[in-house]
Design a protein. Structure first.
Lengths: 68, 245
């Protein structure tokens, strides 16, 4: 059983709160743009522990946490 | 694969600016109401302000009140539907500068409603004009040389006012912020207390939340977090001013 996050990149506005808050520094900003014209976040799945910090600080409801 | 954390069912997507704190507060309200089992038993009364950009996110029964009159409208709804959870969601300009009569009357009569007010130290939706909560010296569209407190008065503290003034006997008054994980969790506990006060019939509860406004502060979201944790929180202390019971 491991936890991981799912990113809904289409609604990300690129504020960067999650990148700054991530305790494992697993999140970074993509160089690409989403359909709304913002840079979105990408996750390093090896580093991510699924703690949910990104879910807590995100104002745009980009993240959900799943267990598999 | 099981989902262990996702946004509440009653939330959709909003069109707020990047880095705006409103989105977090809306989510906290819906999380609390879902945990309390009241997700299908709520009426949101929204004021005029940036929240108008985010009403698409609130998939609940809601009423768009006239500017500043959200508390008066919520009182009316609560009196005819006493079993429904009724709360107002207002900005500082709507709740204080324009609607102080309604907000103070609701607090003074200890009406059994919950007021969530968002303090971003300016009028956000109309382009960043000075409001009562603007910090001394802060530059806005209508205080281009910085707020002059000799001329325009000092920053306004609503939760302290209704918690400590003679004649007021509100159930719960607190101020939180949504700057980091710790403060978001603290603010969620405050919002939970406020709704529990209403469910127990204790009377008026208010939670003011300090949020960032990157667009009108002309800062990046990270600079906004820095500003809130330093100058804004030193003017507006975070904490509970009137505890329940």
């Amino acid at each position: 059983m491991s936890k991981k996050i799912i990113i809904n990149t289409a609604v990300c506005k690129g504020c960067g709160y999650c990148v700054a808050a991530c305790p494992k520094k697993a999140l970074s900003m993509s160089a690409d743009f989403n359909p709304a014209g913002y840079h979105f976040t990408v996750v390093d799945e090896k580093a991510c522990i699924g703690c949910g910090t990104c879910y807590t600080v995100c104002p745009d409801y980009v993240y959900s946490v799943v267990e598999e | 694969m099981t989902i262990i954390k996702k946004i509440p069912d009653k939330l959709g997507q909003h069109a707020l600016c990047a880095g705006c704190g409103h989105g977090i507060v809306i989510r906290l309200i819906q999380e609390v109401l879902q945990e309390l089992g009241q997700a299908d038993n709520q009426i949101a009364v929204v004021g005029v302000g940036c929240i108008c950009t985010a009403t698409s996110a609130l998939k609940v029964d809601r009423f768009q009140a006239a500017h500043g009159r959200a508390c008066a409208t919520a009182e009316g709804i609560k009196r005819v539907r006493p079993n429904v959870v009724v709360y107002t969601y207002q900005g500082d300009g709507d709740a204080y500068t324009i609607g102080i009569a309604e907000s103070l009357n609701a607090a003074y009569r200890n009406e059994n409603i919950t007021m969530i007010s968002i303090n971003n130290t300016n009028f956000g939706m109309t382009g960043g004009q000075m409001s009562w909560t603007t910090l001394p010296g802060q530059k806005t569209e209508t205080s281009v040389n910085g707020r002059d407190c000799e001329l325009t008065g000092l920053p306004f503290h609503f939760p302290e006012m209704v918690a400590n003034s003679q004649g007021f006997h509100v159930a719960y008054a607190a101020r939180g912020t949504v700057n980091d994980v710790k403060s978001i969790n603290q603010t969620k506990r405050m919002i939970r207390n406020a709704f529990e006060a209403q469910l127990n019939g204790e009377g008026f509860s208010v939670v003011e939340v300090l949020t960032a406004c990157p667009t009108n502060w002309h800062m990046t979201p990270q600079q906004c977090q820095e500003r809130i944790s330093t100058s804004v929180e030193s003017e507006y202390p975070v904490g509970e001013f009137k505890k329940r019971g």
